[in-house]
Design a protein around this ligand. Structure first.
Ligand SMILES: Nc1nc2c(c(=O)[nH]1)N[C@@H](CN(C=O)c1ccc(C(=O)N[C@@H](CCC(=O)O)C(=O)O)cc1)CN2
Length: 297
């Protein structure tokens, strides 16, 4: 029987587990505060930001919403980041990706105060992660580690294939999985668009993390019997539904389910965990900034 790993349930546990830390902060007179900055009219990005605000409200994190016209000069975004960096009541800053083409993403990430960089994308935080002493783990790969742990998937000694080399998922995922830690100690292969014979690599894996951004590119034929499949893709494909689209992952769920011992669905798998770990990082950022020792789940 294939286990369907329920990301909504694990994310709800993480949110509940943050209550103690948030109460400790409240005792010290601190309300954790996350500022989100959206410079896009992409409906998916708008949905994600609005879900992040609802999550914050649920757990008692203050969320501030900054929206910048996608046609505005990049300087408008930089000025907003500078203001948020300087505001001591803001503990976490999240600039929703992707950004418009005329904005230099690297400059944006460099500009965010690394102590408020709850995405973990600032070069200083990337360096700390690679060196094995992360401050903020990027939300999606951190969420995947928590999902695997919740499903009792042992990464120690496992052969993991990560398909995709993005800065948001693929690279930090590989780095976290090779670390000497309870949720690491794996042997990792990172595959990408220039990988030869991808199917041979995925078939040799105990765990496949699909994060290529290509709808249903991994199917059952590419997997070995009993492997674990983590589907990071959240692709909107046109469909005859009320919304005009449906969400599909990077994995062909039906055929993959026939082979896998455990698999994450889309929606309801990795996505909710990305949001839960953003809350986690925000509570950590508030604790660090206010010198309050918070317990994290
Ligand atoms: N600054 C950042 N930008 C982006 C990140 C990120 O971690 N930081 N990751 C992705 C998108 N992302 C977060 O922003 C994200 C994607 C999906 C979900 C989610 O909850 N998905 C739901 C379905 C939602 C829907 O109905 O469309 C699910 O999978 O169940 C949360 C966050 C790119 N940008």
């Amino acid at each position: 029987m294939t286990e369907i790993i329920d990301g909504n349930a694990v994310a709800a546990e993480i949110r509940a587990g943050l209550a103690d830390g948030i109460a400790t902060l409240a005792d010290a007179g601190v309300t954790p505060c996350l500022a989100t900055v959206l410079m896009s009219d992409d409906p998916a990005s708008q949905t994600y930001v609005s879900m992040k605000h609802s999550d914050c409200e649920e757990v008692g994190i203050e969320a501030r919403d900054y929206e910048i016209d996608p046609e505005a000069p990049a300087d408008d975004l930089y000025a907003t980041i500078d203001d948020l960096n300087a505001d001591p009541s803001v503990h976490g800053i999240l600039v929703q990706m992707p950004l418009p083409d005329h904005v230099d993403e690297r400059e944006v990430l460099r500009r965010i105060d690394p102590a408020k960089d709850v995405d973990g994308f600032h070069p200083e935080n990337v360096g700390r992660l690679v060196a094995g002493h992360p401050r903020f783990k990027p939300c999606t790969p951190h969420g995947i580690q928590k999902l695997l742990a919740a499903a009792d998937v042992e990464t120690e000694g496992a052969d993991v294939v990560v398909v995709g080399r993005s800065n948001i998922v693929g690279k930090p995922m590989a780095n976290l999985l090779i670390q000497k830690s309870k949720l690491g100690n794996a042997t990792v292969t990172v595959c990408h668009s220039r990988t030869t014979d991808l199917a041979a690599k995925t078939r040799a894996a105990d765990v496949v993390v699909a994060a290529a951004g290509v709808p249903e590119m991994i199917d059952g034929e590419m997997l070995s019997e009993g492997c674990v499949v983590v589907d990071v893709g959240i692709n909107r494909v046109e469909a005859d539904t009320e919304k005009g689209y449906e969400l599909v992952g990077d994995v062909d769920f039906e055929s993959a389910k026939e082979k896998a011992s455990a698999i994450t669905p889309v929606p309801g798998g990795v996505g909710p965990m990305t949001r839960a770990m953003l809350l986690w990082n925000t509570v950590k950022a508030a604790g660090d900034a206010e010198a309050v020792d918070v317990e994290l789940p």
